[in-house]
Ligand binder design. Structure first.
Ligand code: ZN
Length: 107
C-alpha cells in the first residue's frame, strides 16, 4: 500500500454532488461565510468544512481568507484562469479582463 500524501478532504465521497449548484450550496449549510454562499456556489465553489476554505468542483482550485467585498467569480478568474468551468460560464474575455486588473505578482 501507498499512504495518501494528504488526508482526504471530508467531502471527497460527495464530490459528484458538487457538480450541481444545489449540491455546492448544501455544503455551506450551517456555515458562517463572509461571502453569500449562493454566489460562491454559482461560481463553482463548495465548502471544504474548514473555516472559510472553498474548492472549485472543476479545477480543484482552493481559496480562503475571503473578504466581504470580494467577488467569487473575480477571485476564481484571478487565481485559476485556466478553469474550464470558469471559461465556459464567463468566457475568455471576462477572464482576460480580470487578469489585466490583477497583474501577476501583485497580491
Ligand atoms: Zn475552477
Amino acid at each position: 500500500n501507498v499512504p495518501l500524501q494528504t488526508p482526504r478532504p471530508r467531502l471527497n465521497g460527495q464530490r459528484a454532488s458538487m457538480e450541481t449548484f444545489e449540491g455546492r450550496l448544501e455544503s455551506f449549510r450551517d456555515r458562517q461565510h463572509p461571502i453569500d454562499p449562493e454566489r460562491l456556489a454559482r461560481a463553482g465553489f463548495y465548502s471544504t468544512g474548514e473555516q472559510d476554505q472553498v474548492l472549485c468542483f472543476r479545477c480543484g482550485g482552493g481559496l480562503k481568507t475571503w473578504r466581504p467585498e470580494e467577488d467569487p467569480w473575480e477571485e476564481h478568474a484571478r487565481h485559476y484562469p485556466g478553469c474550464s468551468f470558469l471559461q465556459a460560464e464567463k468566457g475568455e474575455e471576462y477572464v482576460n479582463s480580470v487578469q489585466l486588473r490583477y497583474p501577476k505578482g501583485d497580491h
